[in-house]
Structure formats: C-alpha cells, structure tokens
Design a protein around this ligand. Structure first.
Ligand code: FMN
Length: 495
C-alpha cells in the first residue's frame, strides 16, 4: 500500500510501534533538538518522535505538533518507500535498465526520465481545492513565527526549516527540481535559502538572476514520504523528483497549482511556503548552522526569499530533522540513496560490485568501493570514473577493495584495506570540486582528494612478491565444533 500523506506515514509508524508521542511541553528552541539527538543516537536510530505540545519562541503553545526522526532507521526508511528492502528498489531500476542504453554517463543519465516514464508514474496536477490549501495565509496574515520551526544548536543563526522540499523550475527547459535544502527563518515573511553551489536549485537561481528575472520558489513541508525522500536524492537536473517519487511508490504524486506563483506543489503536503527571490535584492547572511559534519558551518551569503503565501492543511503536522555529529537521521536518507543508486553506478562502472558511505564519513568524506578486478590499474579507472559522476565527484577519500570484501561493514573494509596498501605506491591525490561543507579545503569548494588502491596487487602491476591468503577455518572442523559449541557454556559468538 502506498502512503499518500505524512499523516498516513505517521499512522503506519504508530501501528508498527515505531513512534513515540511526547506530550510534555518542549521548547522549539534547542530542547526538542536535544531530545531528538538522544533518540537518533540510540541503537538502530531510535524511534520516530511526535511532539504534541511544542512551545514557540514567544512562550505560547504551537498550534501544530512536530514530527522528527521519521526516516531515522532502516525499517522506517523502507516503510517510507513502500519496499521490502532498499535493494529491492535498486533491482526494479536494474530491470528497467535491461535494454540498450547509449554510451557515456551523461547520455545514460539523460535516459533516466524516459525509463521512469516507462513506469507510468508521472505526477498529475489535480483541479479543485487540494488538502495543502485548506488554510491560506496571505498579506498581513503571513507570520512564519507561528510555525514551530526549531532552533537546532546553541550557536545557530536562528530557527531552520530542515526537512523541506524546495521546488523550483529551470527557466530554460521548464524542468522541475525538488531539493532538500535547509531554509533559515529571518523574520515573519523572510527566509534565507541555503542551496549549495553544486545543487540544481542553485543552478536555476543563477540562470534566473542572469536574466534579471524574479524567481518563484515553493517550500513544501511534509507530504507522501517518497516525495520527501526524493528531495534528498541526487538525481540529474533533467529528472523531476516527483516522477522519481511516483516510480518509488508505484503511484503518481498528486500535485496542485500554488496559490501565488506558477509552480506545482504536492497536493497532500502538510504546509507549503510560497515565495519569490528578487535578483535585485542583496544576498543575506545565512548561518552559522550546526551541520551534518558535526561542526558549525560558517555564516555565508545566500538569497533571500520573500514569502508571498503560506498554505496548509486544517491540522498540519510540522515535519523536521536535525543534523549534527553522526549518526543522525540523515544517515538513513543517504543510505537509501546509496542502495537505490547502486545499479545506476554499475551501469557506467560495471566492475563495481558494491559501495558504502559509512556514517562517520558523512557521505562525501569516505566511500568504500568493491570491484571485480579484471585487469591491472582497474582500481584507478574506477576512482576516475567516480570522481566524474555527479555528486560523487565531491568524494574526498575513495578506498577500492576486491569483490569479496563486504564494504557495508566498515571494520572489514578497513581491515583489508589497511593490510593491502603500501602507502606510497597505492595512494593517489587528485584535485577537484569539494563539498561546500568541507572546512579543511584550501579554498571554498576546491581542493584535493585521495584514492587508495587497496585491491590485491598483480605481477602486471609490478608486484614481484607472493600475495598471502586470508585465514579461514576449514568447513569440516567448523561443523564438528558447531555440534559441541552449545554444550561448552562459553557463550559469545556461537555457530
Ligand atoms: C537532512 C538534509 C539536509 C540537507 N541540507 C542541504 C542544504 O541545506 N543545502 C544543500 O545544498 N543540500 C542539502 N542537502 C543535500 C541535498 O538534499 C542533496 O544533495 C540533493 O541531492 C539535492 O538535490 P538536487 O540534486 O536536486 O540539487 C541535505 C540533505 C539532507 C538529507
């Protein structure tokens, strides 16, 4: 059954014992984040939380409850996407791809919209009054301070909308983009939009600003969970995230016309903030913000959004998240992307068996990759391919191992990699774009990367010594000892 709204997702989580309701009064400023952080740091990601009594910054009670950590476990992530497990979605994509595809990464990615259309799940615009517009604030009614927007960390520049779907349109091609970009509340009708320079929303804005055109933008909060997730997925600019969400949930996403601009928004959204960015207005200082690196991102200049309308359901739930020192909820959103996008990576780099971005590497800092090595130097071929593939180009450290290594277990991956490398021989530096959030690079968004060839070295690669075997107990001894293990009372790791 596909989930059509945040309310349905919350009800499903509740029924599955995945949700804890908090009835005590909790402040939107810091207190809610402190409790959410403790939940997220619990084994397996802790439960989803629904705060029913939230205190706004002026001390009054929020009219809207706050949901957090909705996506913060493997189980909840699979429930959100209506899949048995995340690799099942990857397998559906593989099936779609079992056809002749053009050469080259970009050509292959550009095929993606067509492939998704094959699935017959394009979003549909409905007439009539959508649920997300049951209540409309316009003009003087607009006051973002009535929403329970949380302040996450003590040194943050202010309250932040942290789990939005930011909707914009490419002014040239008309293609839609949905990005999960944090948005700082700057006043009753003002926001600062933190889309980083490598992201699609920022590209739309640069184009609009070059033309001197005012840019409409909508910020939807809470919708069907597949759409919320899709905002965080690194799809190519030509792919509409609502089409992708339709593919994921096997049902089109219902859209509605925004009330104050020419954009479509999810009809089932809880809350939608509509606005415009005027390129004649100066940029505003956004931040600092306690980021998913575990450090504060410095304040910087970003575009200011003037809010033109706020629409919502009669009883909306405000959905949010916090980022900070890992692991946090965003690890599970990123993990879903990792699993779902594996077949697409394999399409262009077929020797990839698996890859994994462990939580402590916060996605761009560390990627383990296992490959089916067939010829000398192949590990370097894979590194170069990954550093040329979409947002993977931001990866700071790539560690390439042989196919038998389970890269989803970082302890195993490090154990093998650290044994297999001769540092001087097997490490290579490269240069390129680096993540906006990398505070160590020599200049903003530009710096070095390192790749480790931690595969077994071949004679053709100049390795003249004998490579040793991995230690494994023989099967016969194992079976004999399995039979006696339980009687010995040793405990610990049994058969
Ligand atoms: C919780 C969360 C918060 C995020 N915040 C931002 C942000 O503030 N700015 C940004 O550029 N990307 C942010 N991202 C990453 C983007 O959502 C991600 O790169 C996505 O692919 C961007 O969409 P796009 O490819 O359509 O630009 C965040 C991701 C998550 C999961």
């Amino acid at each position: 059954m596909s989930l059509d709204s945040l309310g349905q997702f919350i009800a499903a989580l509740d029924a599955a014992g995945e949700l804890v309701r908090v009835r005590q009064p909790v402040r939107a400023k810091l207190e809610l984040a402190e409790l959410a952080d403790r939940a997220m740091k619990s084994p397996g990601g802790g439960p989803a939380l629904l705060f029913e009594h939230v205190l706004l910054d002026d001390g009054t009670r929020s009219a809207y409850p706050v949901a957090i950590n909705l996506f913060g476990s493997v189980r909840r992530m699979t429930m959100a996407l209506g899949a048995g497990d995340l690799d099942e979605i990857g397998a559906r994509i593989t099936d779609l791809l079992q056809m002749q595809v053009p050469e080259g990464f970009i050509a292959k990615l550009s095929l993606l919209p067509k492939l998704l259309e094959v699935g017959k799940f394009p979003p549909r615009v409905h007439g009539g009054k959508p649920a997300c517009q049951e209540i409309v604030w316009k003009g003087d009614e607009i006051d973002l301070r009535r929403l329970p927007v949380i302040t996450c960390w003590p040194k943050d520049g202010g309250p932040y909308i942290t789990l939005p779907m930011v909707i914009s349109k490419d002014p040239k091609r008309g293609t839609r983009n949905i990005g999960m970009y944090r948005v700082q509340v700057m006043g009753k009708d003002r926001l600062a939009m933190h889309w980083q320079r490598h992201k699609v929303g920022a590209a739309h804005w640069r184009e609009m600003a070059e033309r001197g055109e005012t840019m409409p933008v909508c910020i939807a909060i809470g919708a069907d969970p597949a759409s919320v997730y899709s905002g965080s997925a690194p799809l190519p600019p030509t792919v509409d995230e609502f089409l992708f969400a339709g593919f994921l949930r096997k049902k089109p996403v219902a859209l509605a016309k925004a009330v104050s601009c020419d954009l479509e928004v999810p009809a089932e959204a809880e809350i939608v903030i509509e606005g415009v960015i005027d390129p004649r207005e100066p940029l505003v200082t956004e931040g600092p913000f306690g980021d998913h690196t575990g450090f504060y991102s410095l304040a910087d200049l970003y575009p200011s959004v003037k809010v033109t309308a706020v629409t919502m359901r009669k009883d909306p739930v405000y959905a949010t998240t916090i980022v900070g020192r890992p692991p946090m909820e965003d690890y599970y959103l990123g993990n879903a992307t990792e699993r779902i996008f594996l077949p697409l990576l394999k399409l262009t780099v077929p020797e990839i068996v698996d890859y994994h971005m462990p939580a402590e590497g916060i996605f761009h800092n560390l990627v383990f990759v296992s490959i089916d090595k067939q010829y000398p130097g192949q590990a370097y071929k894979v590194m170069n391919a990954l550093w040329g593939a979409g947002l993977m180009s931001l990866a700071k450290m790539l560690v390439v191992v042989d196919k038998w290594v389970n890269v989803r277990d970082p302890q195993e991956a490090w154990w093998v990699a650290l044994n297999n490398i001769d540092p001087e021989r097997d490490a290579r530096f490269s240069m390129g774009p680096v993540d906006v959030l990398d505070h160590s690079s020599r200049t903003f968004t530009y710096g070095s990367k390192i790749g480790f060839d931690a595969t077994q070295k071949w004679a053709e690669e100049g390795f003249a010594r004998e490579w040793p075997e991995v230690i494994v107990m023989d099967e016969a001894t194992k079976r004999r000892m399995d039979a006696v293990w339980a009687q010995l009372g040793i405990g610990g790791k049994g058969p």
